[in-house]
Unconditional design. Structure first.
Length: 232
């Protein structure tokens, strides 16, 4: 489905939260690279999609009522064969039904396991006076505990994006600190500009959260994405 179709369907269903699959499809249309992610509405479908991708794969609960999937026991990574996919499917369903009894669960999303990279986050929030604001930071404790995040008001150009990427305290971690793989800063900057262009052109989006994005020496990949729509 196109971005316009996804947004109008969500509006019709009076939904504010998009699924991971919908969010990745929209971001993909904006040029932002995401792991290919396919919905499976049964255990058998989860297996067939996994076999098409090739192992290892990741299964995640797909429900508009469960936005923080790990908290619900809704994410299983590194699944290596059919038996592991079947067991993960059942475990996700059991755990998520217990965690959120009334939740409308459409199935699981299936995606290839992405190679580990430097974890970063990108997103958009709305400020009452400035409007949409983009955010960039390192993942995990860097954002949650240290609040090491750079912000810019939309729209941004390439120079703004470069300032954002170089503006975080932990920027050394993007530069191959202690033998780690360097992060492709040029691509991260380009993704921020793509996000800005998309946000600027698309009214009605309240919040975007790409967490985590895996950065590599050559490119970067969004492995989880969330989009929240504004009130009409
Ligand atoms: P949540 O809704 O809890 O944020 P995520 O989709 O972010 O769920 O998954 C939780 C964690 O699982 C991620 O932070 C990441 O470390 C790992 N993960 C998720 N998808 C993938 C993937 N395709 N490849 C590798 N690791 C993944
Ligand atoms: Mg996440």
């Amino acid at each position: 489905m196109t971005t316009a179709q996804i947004l109008s369907r969500a509006r019709q269903e009076k939904r504010k939260v998009l699924t991971e699959i919908e969010a990745k499809s929209i971001l993909g249309e904006a040029g932002i690279t995401c792991t290919p992610t396919v919905l499976a509405t049964s255990r058998e479908k989860a297996v067939s999609v996994s076999e098409e991708f090739g192992y290892p794969v990741v299964l995640k609960v797909s429900s508009v009522d469960i936005s923080h999937k790990s908290d619900a026991g809704g994410v299983k990574v590194g699944l290596k064969n059919r038996a592991e996919v079947e067991a993960a499917y059942d475990a996700i369903m059991t755990s998520c039904r217990a965690y959120a009894p009334g939740a409308d669960i459409e199935g699981v999303s299936v995606q290839p396991m992405a190679r580990p990279g430097t974890e970063v986050i990108m997103g958009m929030t709305r400020d009452k006076s400035f409007g949409p604001v983009l955010m960039f930071g390192l993942g995990g404790v860097f954002v949650e505990v240290l609040k090491d995040v750079a912000f810019r008001i939309v729209p941004i150009d390439g120079n703004d994006a470069a300032e954002m990427v170089d503006g975080i305290q932990g920027k050394k971690l993007l530069e191959g600190y202690r033998g780690k793989e360097t992060a492709d800063k040029a691509r991260l900057q380009e993704m921020l500009v793509q996000l800005s262009t998309f946000v600027d052109a698309t009214p009605g989006i309240e919040e975007i959260d790409m967490n985590p994005v895996f950065a590599y020496s050559d490119g970067a990949m969004v492995v989880d994405a969330r989009i929240i729509l504004s009130e009409e």
